[in-house]
Design a protein around this ligand. Structure first.
Ligand SMILES: [Zn+2]
Length: 244
């Protein structure tokens, strides 16, 4: 049995146990699904590693996390099902590799081109784990169970996996190589939170020390100085209380 090429209509012989076929006539990469062949497109990366790292840095700085160091880069193409329903187009991430962690990347809106069978990037394609049927169920309008989709395609979108360090800890994030959108797989504690915690500890310590001095002070003068010093951490803690 042969399958039809989605691009040129040519007959493509089925190879056993392969998800992806290459049309021998037009070199289009096709995905083999239960229903037959599915159009397979890719989005081209528009950001280089340096620009992706800049996106990540500004994402972290916006969240008051310090500038990361020691970058490591890897690129993968994540699979998405893009389904055209009569009233809308929806996309579903078709694989969730473990390195994604808590990240939920979205299909970038960049322009798509048919995937070619001979391109080097095809080695970085990850096969869809979620079947098209599941993606259809996920995106179908629940109020209209008889709704028919118009078309479905498999899209591979490029993402940088950036490993970076902050202090002695390492983290990673997915950065959309077409839009620069950042999807952290884990996020370091914001520096301001760490600073606030340190300041609270110091203020608490000062209050305790000043109280001891006041209570056990041998002279009234020392007691008054300690009382004046006490106002500094107390004001800080009071302000902190108002802000929360
Ligand atoms: Zn073809």
């Amino acid at each position: 049995m042969d399958l039809d090429c989605t691009q040129c209509g040519g007959k493509v012989p089925i190879e056993p146990e392969t998800d992806f076929l290459v049309c021998p006539f037009c070199n289009t990469s096709l995905f083999v699904e239960l229903r037959g062949t599915v159009l397979h497109t890719i989005i081209r990366p528009t950001l280089d590693e340096k620009q992706a790292a800049e996106s990540l840095t500004s994402h972290l700085i916006d969240r008051e996390i310090q500038r990361p160091g020691q970058y490591g880069f890897r690129m993968i193409y994540l699979p998405f099902w893009q389904i055209e329903w009569p009233t809308r187009v929806q996309a579903v991430l078709a694989d969730h590799p473990p390195e994604l962690g808590m990240a939920e990347p979205e299909l970038p809106s960049g322009s798509q081109i048919p995937a070619r069978g001979d391109e080097a990037e095809s080695k970085r394609f990850t096969a869809p784990i979620i079947q098209l049927d599941v993606a259809l169920d996920l995106t179908r309008d629940q109020a209209r169970s008889d709704e028919q989709y118009k078309s479905a395609r498999l899209v591979h979108a490029p993402f940088y996996i950036i490993e970076y360090s902050i202090g002695s800890h390492s983290f990673s994030a997915f950065v959309d190589a077409a839009t620069g959108a950042v999807y952290p797989t884990s996020l370091p504690t914001s520096l301001s939170t760490a600073r606030t915690f340190k300041a609270m500890c110091m203020a608490g310590g000062m209050v305790a020390f000043a109280s001891v001095v006041i209570i056990f002070s041998p002279s009234i003068l020392l007691g008054l100085v300690a009382l004046a010093l006490l106002s500094v951490p107390l004001t800080f803690l009071y302000r902190l209380g108002i802000r929360r």
